[in-house]
Design a protein around this ligand. Sequence first.
Ligand SMILES: Nc1nc2c(ncn2[C@@H]2O[C@H](COP(=O)(O)OP(=O)(O)O)[C@@H](O)[C@H]2O)c(=O)[nH]1
Ligand SMILES: [Mg+2]
Length: 374
Amino acid sequence: MTSDPAAPDIRPTLSVIVPTYREAANVPMLFARLQATLAGLPWEMIVVDDDSPDGTANVAFEIARRDPRLRCLRRVNRSGLAGAVIEGWLASSADFVAVIDGDLQHDEAILPQMYAALAERRGDLSIGTRVADPKTAAGLSPARQKLSNLGAWFFRRVAGAAVSDPMSGFFMLRRETVTQLAPRLSPEGFKILVDVVLSSGGRLKTVEVPYVFRPRQAGESKLSPLVGIDFLGLVVHHATGGLLPIRFVLFALIGAIGLLVHLLVLTGLIERLGPQDFDDAQIAATIAAMASNFLLNNELTYRAYRYRGLGMVGGFALFALLCSVGAIANYNIAAWLFQRQSVWWVAGLAGALIGVVWNYAASNTFVWRRRRVG
Ligand SMILES: Nc1nc2c(ncn2[C@@H]2O[C@H](COP(=O)(O)OP(=O)(O)O)[C@@H](O)[C@H]2O)c(=O)[nH]1
Ligand SMILES: [Mg+2]
């Protein structure tokens, strides 16, 4: 036990959830900063770690042995950012729950303001909004700022909610709100705030607290800017009343990009080689499309289970093999349907649908199994 008067077993009013993957160096620093910022409020920090190879969970448990304000959920054979946050929220018994990145990029000093907005019932959802530093104008890079503005504009259109930084991973809500929303949230995503707002049907009154986004100090980023596409997946998922899982939406979206790659490569080769080499051009285009599908799915849809380095060769071979089975099924079903009712586009569409569902199921089950590498 520490001598800090806030430490004795008072039920926490606020649980701050920290999803971590390889953040061993940052966890003790974040805990110390929360102690300074949240002094006077019964709070706890819940680290949800996906079995990081750098021993993040052990670092957290080491602190937890001395101070009950830190708890750690260690997950094995399960990974993914949104799922970790949801599990952390559901492990809390506090009145308010927050989420903050474990890499010190979010400014924890605004937590009391975020808390006050909810406690004083000025809103249901407090969001930490990233803004540029007024002194140095540093913060998000111009490209990221543009992307972020575009995201906010699009979000306003689809969600009808004016949130200036919907991609923010730093926010707070009442635990009862989370309990109501939890069954509708997707554990596969990255942008959990988008999911929360869309799942609530835009009913949550939001309060924004600006802060300057800091550069990462220790460790490295695990998310590429590409994960912003998961935003589209979430929108389609909600537009279909939750029927299509976001992972499937991403998979199908990437499949559509693959089709584009196929047609581009085919056109390019035929223009160069001439139509007599159609068969070779078609094979090359198919391989290029498969490679594009594999790389994008590896980077995005199955990010938590992705192949790296040489492992990618084996992963790609397996993916290509299983997709070939999908292509054969697609071809045969379309041909059979065309014979029976001769509407070409119905037959083609049905074949393609069977193909994408097969490829998705096979990818989930065999290619990106529940495994975690590096
Ligand atoms: N539990 C868990 N945390 C993750 C996972 N991927 C990323 N994180 C954490 O999520 C937070 C944001 O990730 P980060 O790599 O900083 O993303 P960036 O700020 O967009 O570059 C950090 O605290 C990461 O440690 C994951 O698969 N599982
Ligand atoms: Mg970060």
